[in-house]
Design a protein around this ligand. Sequence first.
Ligand code: FES
Length: 163
Amino acid sequence: MSDSTSTRAGLSDAALAELEKLGKRYPTREALLLPALWMVQQEHGWISQESMLYLAELLDVSPVRVYGVVSFYHMFHDRPPGRYNIQVCHTLSCSLRGAEAILSRLQERLGIGHHEVTADGRFMVTRVECLGACEHAPVCQINEDFEFDLTPEKLEAKLEQLP
Ligand code: FES
């Protein structure tokens, strides 16, 4: 690709240059897979099958390997996410302090299940493992922002405030 914008599935020239720079510090091309996936997601919002094939060729790894990594990590999206990605922790501390009630209320209110997006494309709900803030359980993350010491009511109020 000769221009500075990314293709529909690939990386921009700037991202490719950054990846090549990183490559000097990594032992193998395959080791660049995680940063490359981040870059694709940053540039496209999600990681399509086309993008997975693109990265497989770029990094000389099998497409199955790329798909395996995308499907393993909940922070990678293999479909377009909602405008607001609501990730609710359901690991032990959060579970003991009401995560299931929060998830139930949320899914009932939005009418969607785990990893689904509302018809208007506004919200996606994902059930995730520990978000690393157990002392504030139950916890959720809405895009980049954390919400601590949640209750179903607090989360509903938060959703009302979102633009
Ligand atoms: S268990 Fe939920 S943040 Fe750690």
